[in-house]
Design a protein around this ligand. Structure first.
Ligand SMILES: Nc1ncnc2c1ncn2[C@@H]1O[C@H](COP(=O)(O)OP(=O)(O)O)[C@@H](O)[C@H]1O
Ligand SMILES: [Mg+2]
Length: 397
């Protein structure tokens, strides 16, 4: 049988470049070479696309040296600049040319002779220009099957303001929040603060709408802190989301996570819990310090577990996702003296969650009976199925 040609797309221009390198190294190691012909496509921090050895040099496990993490540094990553000359890789997109013999496109094929030919791409990219629908748009244009959500789901899953609207429309519980535009903040900070304080109580979480890995996020305990937090978030995005802190002044929120897998019939994994080693799950707690704990399964009542898993599937559907997503929740800590059920809110969906073998998403599936390499098989299969399904659309009148 012919092996499936899989392109692993990794690195990228986002702040999560290094995280992507780790995820990609894990995926690469776990892929069954008797089934797959694997092609590496690395994107440097400054957006250059590299293939083959040049791409492999970006990966930590392939070099054993950390200086290759400095992928944005041209000295550290000599080699082909793909988008500049188009000599080494498939992108910019060349649609399935075999389907158009003799057309103008076959001339393109000739000039793209050296282009890499793959059946499916696994974008192991996190954050901006990878998880947000931009790369997905490029792959749609190129008519290449790819793992994970499409353009709409990816961008909705990246934008915390739009995501909350979709959750609200699906009647899913979310923390009370306000969305502020950078322009309004700059024009009239006093009025913006008034508006926020009229709607929400301190402490509040202030976030750039489109980012990830907790970058630009802070917890504001008072008016002064709020101003500083908004300035920081506004340096990352034109939209800023401000929300009440679940857990309030005294307690921390519990953070629950569910892995969802599938296209039109998504399934939910067991529920996991993260216990951050810091005041909240910030960048350092996520990637740098060792202290954060992952607990699988989370200690919940049967009814809570059932509810969280159902909410995960509802959230996946609300954002029109496909392939995979990690759905994250915030839960009020509750108290033994309070008989009311603990409140569970949706926090966000992550359409390309951390994907090393020890990341939460794969671990949740592992605990649900699906080992890492089989999870990769399933994701690739889902990508091909979705690509195939789309062929039943007609585009003429
Ligand atoms: N409303 C909230 N209440 C309590 N903690 C929060 C709230 N919003 C965010 N956090 C904390 O901040 C972290 C990062 O926020 P999140 O919205 O998940 O952003 P990111 O997309 O960067 O992961 C969360 O994991 C949690 O620790
Ligand atoms: Mg998060």
């Amino acid at each position: 049988m012919k092996k499936l040609r899989v392109g692993i797309l990794f690195g990228g221009r986002s702040g999560e470049h290094e995280v992507s390198l780790l995820s990609a190294a894990s995926v690469l190691e776990a892929m069954d070479r008797s089934k797959y012909d694997v092609h590496l496509i690395g994107i440097t921090k400054d957006g250059r696309w590299l293939t083959a050895k040049d791409a492999a040099h970006l990966l930590p496990s392939c070099t054993g040296e950390t200086h290759h993490l400095r992928a944005g540094d041209p000295e550290a990553t000599p080699g082909a600049a793909l988008l500049e000359h188009g000599t080494e890789v498939l992108v910019p997109p060349v649609p399935s040319l075999a389907e158009y013999p003799g057309s103008a496109l076959s001339t393109l094929r000739a000039s793209a002779e050296k282009s890499l030919n793959v059946d499916v791409i696994f974008p192991v990219l996190h954050g901006t220009f990878g998880e947000d629908g931009t790369v997905q748009g490029l792959l749609e244009l190129a008519d290449i099957a790819y793992v994970g959500s499409g353009v709409l789901g990816s961008s909705a899953g990246m934008d915390k303001d739009v995501m909350k609207r979709l959750f609200a429309a699906a009647k899913l519980p979310i923390p009370k929040h306000v969305t502020l535009l950078r322009g309004d903040w700059q024009k009239n900070p006093r009025r913006s603060i008034q508006r926020i304080e009229a709607a929400l109580r301190y402490p509040m979480f202030v976030k750039p709408a489109n980012l990830g890995s907790s970058v630009g996020i802070s917890k504001a305990h008072d008016r002064k802190g709020l101003g500083v937090a908004i300035d920081l978030a506004a340096s990352y995005d034109r939209k800023i989301v401000i929300e009440v802190s679940i857990g309030g002044k005294r307690a921390k929120a519990r953070e629950l996570e569910v892995a969802v897998l599938g296209n039109d019939a998504p399934e939910a994994s067991v529920v996991g819990e993260v216990i951050p080693c810091k005041e909240f799950y910030d960048y350092e707690a996520k990637y740098l310090s060792e202290g954060s704990q992952l607990i699988i399964p989370a200690k919940l009542t049967k009814a809570e577990t059932k509810r969280v898993r159902q909410m995960a599937i509802d959230a996946f559907r609300a954002c029109d996702l496909s392939g995979m997503a990690r759905v994250d929740f915030l839960m009020g800590p509750g108290s033994p003296s309070d008989p009311r059920p603990r409140k569970i809110f949706l926090n966000e969906v992550n359409t390309l969650p951390g994907f090393t073998a020890i990341s939460m998403y794969p671990k949740l599936w592992q605990a649900s009976g699906l080992p890492y390499s089989q999870l990769i098989d399933r994701l690739i299969q889902l990508a091909l199925e979705r690509h195939e399904e789309k062929k039943s659309n007609r585009y003429d009148l």
